[in-house]
Design a protein around this ligand. Structure first.
Ligand SMILES: [Zn+2]
Length: 509
């Protein structure tokens, strides 16, 4: 079985004195967590136990019962009458932090030993200067509410048992925003503070039978649909195509407005640069710049979420079960002003985020995500795999202009949109790779004299280099006059390019 977890975040509406209660409850919880962290530090052995056993051991150490009269480190020295479920939540939080702290400490020790062994062996004088990890000095854990600490949950309200500062009491808070869907398993909600506002986060767990592995899907079912995505930094942020393993092209979608986003970001970066030149120093925390940074970040984040959602939605509509991207490659630094350099960097990060978000969103819909070698994906013809001519509309059809919107293959006279061609090649690579996973280094795409120019070198990521290269012969599935090809192209021509719904407007002041 496979699992997918999503978190529903609901803003809370409460009386003003309740805000003080929530804060007091939060403070108490963190005091108890800190206490248990200390108990664990004093009894490191509990970390060798399973979480359940460790919980019992820690309760024995701290909690008095009729059988366990005098605990070694009583919790009552910190707080009286802590409800069992509150205590357990705190113990689990402390255990989590302790495990993470001790595992990084262990790694640090290993590194130190290695460095010292090396020093002894080679007689090097270089000292091991890396500092050891330190245990947390302050605590700011969100308070989870285990069963028994909350009740009477409806779509718009919930009762929570909290420490008011003087006693334990039930308070009712209203939940705003999206309600909880039915038919999914709900985890324990937790109270999260963002600035002055309190939120309730509820994890939802969905279990489903795991989808078959990509290799299996591709090799056993010719009708498996693959949605391939070409991410760009210019007009169309993403171009998606759906094709079957056999090579029938079913649909294309352009997700756009990249130029406006890029323009917006560049403008903000330019403002920051001008502010900096005025103050003569880099003042990131300065109020004005902080606002501008925040704006850029928000827009990038929002766009990454919207674009990834649109990609997954398209894959779902087309009943695709595999989503494939190309590896990102390395960032090619651009020359020019600060705003230009910074802009291309952030656009590059955004591509990475779109991939990450699309991956988890796809998984929630049982779609598996993969990546392929990015080498020459835009230069290959998706039909015959010869190198293509890339040009802009209204310009002579010759040479290779990076970033131009149209391609022409002289060999098979395939003509079309450059990004769509690239996305088809990406899909074919995945098919080729799965069908011939062991093939080491197949020949590079067919090259003709004079076509390849130096300045347009393709940058490969380390990851991508390790992958086996797809063979052009094996990828030759979307060939010539397949029924889907023409259809796919018609759709593309007929579809308006503004594929992003109205929500994706830029907050331009
Ligand atoms: Zn061709």
């Amino acid at each position: 079985m496979a699992k997918a977890i999503t978190t529903i975040r609901q803003s809370l509406n409460y009386q003003s004195q309740h805000a003080d209660y929530l804060a007091a409850n939060h403070a108490l919880f963190n005091r108890v967590v800190a206490f248990y962290f200390e108990v664990i530090q004093a009894h490191e052995k509990v970390l060798d136990l399973s979480t359940k056993e460790a919980l019992t051991a820690l309760e024995t150490l701290t909690h008095a019962t009729s059988k366990n009269g005098a605990p070694v480190m009583p919790l009552t020295e910190i707080a009286q009458d802590v409800p069992a479920m509150f205590r357990r939540a705190a113990i689990n939080a402390a255990l989590g932090s302790a495990r993470s702290f001790y595992s990084s400490l262990k790694k640090w020790r290993t590194r130190r030993e290695k460095a010292e062994a090396k020093k002894a062996r080679k007689g090097k004088r270089k000292k091991f200067t890396e500092r050891p990890p330190v245990p947390p000095r302050t605590w700011n854990k969100s308070v989870p509410f285990y069963a028994g600490q909350w009740k009477e949950r409806t779509d718009s309200s919930i009762l929570l048992k909290v420490w008011t500062g003087t006693c334990w009491s039930w308070i009712k808070v209203r939940t705003l925003g999206r309600g909880l869907p039915d038919g999914v398993e709900k985890g324990s909600p937790s109270l999260v503070r963002r600035g002055k506002q309190w939120w309730l986060h509820t994890p939802l767990e969905k279990t489903f039978s795991s989808p078959a592995k990509i290799d299996q899907q591709v090799t056993t079912k010719a009708q498996t649909r693959i949605c391939a995505v070409d991410l760009n930094l210019d007009t169309h942020l993403a171009v998606c195509t759906v094709q079957t393993v056999e090579g029938t092209i079913l649909a294309t979608r352009f997700i756009g407005h990249g130029r406006e986003i890029s323009g917006f970001r560049k403008q903000q970066l330019g403002r920051i640069a001008r502010n900096r030149s005025k103050t003569g120093m880099i003042a990131i925390s300065e109020q004005d710049n902080a606002d501008l940074w925040c704006k850029i970040k928000q827009v990038d984040e929002q766009i990454a979420h919207l674009v990834s959602a649109r990609i997954v939605q398209f894959a779902q509509e087309q009943a695709a079960t595999i989503l494939v991207f190309e590896h990102l490659g390395n960032l090619k630094p651009e020359k020019g002003k600060y705003s230009r350099r910074g802009n291309s960097k952030r656009a590059f990060w955004m591509k990475g985020r779109i991939f990450i978000y699309a991956k988890y969103k796809a998984w929630n819909e049982k779609i598996i995500t993969s990546r392929v070698n990015p080498r020459n994906t835009s230069r290959e013809c998706h039909r015959c795999h010869h190198l293509v001519i890339r040009y802009n509309a209204g310009q002579p059809m010759e040479g290779y202009t990076p970033g131009a919107s149209l391609v022409l293959c002289e060999h098979c006279s395939m003509q079309g949109h450059a990004d769509r061609n690239a996305s088809l090649v990406i899909g074919q690579r995945l098919i080729a790779r799965s069908q011939e996973p062991l093939k080491e280094k197949p020949p590079a795409p067919v090259r003709r004299a004079g076509r390849e120019s130096k300045d347009s070198g393709v940058v490969l990521s380390q990851d991508a280099k390790r992958e086996s290269r797809p063979s052009p012969d094996d990828a030759r599935h979307g060939d010539g006059n397949g029924p889907g090809t023409a259809q796919g192209r018609r759709r593309r021509m007929g579809r308006p390019l503004s594929a992003i719904p109205h929500q994706l407007r830029l907050p331009l002041e």
